[in-house]
Design a protein around this ligand. Structure first.
Ligand SMILES: [Fe+2]
Length: 202
């Protein structure tokens, strides 16, 4: 079996340990998203999608700060193992950026990748909020709830954008073979036009 380094492990004896572990995991996820979003902004073609990603970048920075403050309130730093789940989800998004794709189809793919990110986060935040409630951390539960609502709204916004514009345009995108055919036809027409102009102008 392949041996690999085990990321620094936390002792998880109590629900509080697990709560703090989840908060650190979410923090790692948010930090990775902060790095990934500018690349998604750049890769997106649709202006509304670019602006949705940009807005979510600013929101994500605030969400990371909330986690930092929450952990500090519990006497903990935000340092912890890298969230490997988010790393994988973001890697898929990164692959989408690198695909040889029609720009409208790529936009639809970027939305699919971003919605996976939101759902992954919502799952993690939902668990953390439940632990906060059980542990009597009212302030924590409230802060986490604010973030869950933001993630939900971001997800909803992407669904709306996909359904109203982006998926529709992606559906209308020509296939690679018909794009090549159009190009060939265009060059034939322009060739014929050039010949005609040459004949006329002598
Ligand atoms: Fe987030």
């Amino acid at each position: 079996m392949e041996s690999r380094a085990i990321p620094s492990l936390m002792e998880l004896d109590t629900l509080r340990d697990l709560y703090l572990h989840e908060l650190k995991d979410l923090y790692s996820a948010e930090k990775q998203i902060i790095k990934a979003l500018p690349k998604m902004v750049k890769a997106a073609s649709n202006r509304q999608l670019k602006s949705a990603f940009n807005q979510h970048l600013e929101q994500t920075k605030r969400q990371a700060k909330r986690l930092e403050d929450l952990l500090a309130g519990h006497g903990e730093s935000s340092r912890g193992p890298k969230c490997q789940g988010m790393e994988g989800v973001l890697k898929e998004g990164d692959e989408m950026i690198g695909e040889d794709a029609d720009e409208e189809v790529r936009d639809a793919g970027l939305i699919a990748a971003a919605q996976r990110v939101e759902h992954y986060e919502i799952a993690g935040y939902g668990c953390a909020r439940t632990y906060a409630e059980l542990l009597g951390d009212k302030k924590g539960a409230k802060v986490l709830d604010t973030t869950i609502k933001e993630e939900g709204a971001a997800d909803h916004k992407l669904t709306k954008l996909a359904r109203s514009v982006i998926n529709v345009k992606a559906k209308a995108a020509p296939s690679k073979s018909s794009r090549a055919k159009n190009k060939r036809e265009q060059s034939m027409v322009s060739g014929a036009l050039k010949d005609f102009v040459k004949k006329v102008t002598g």
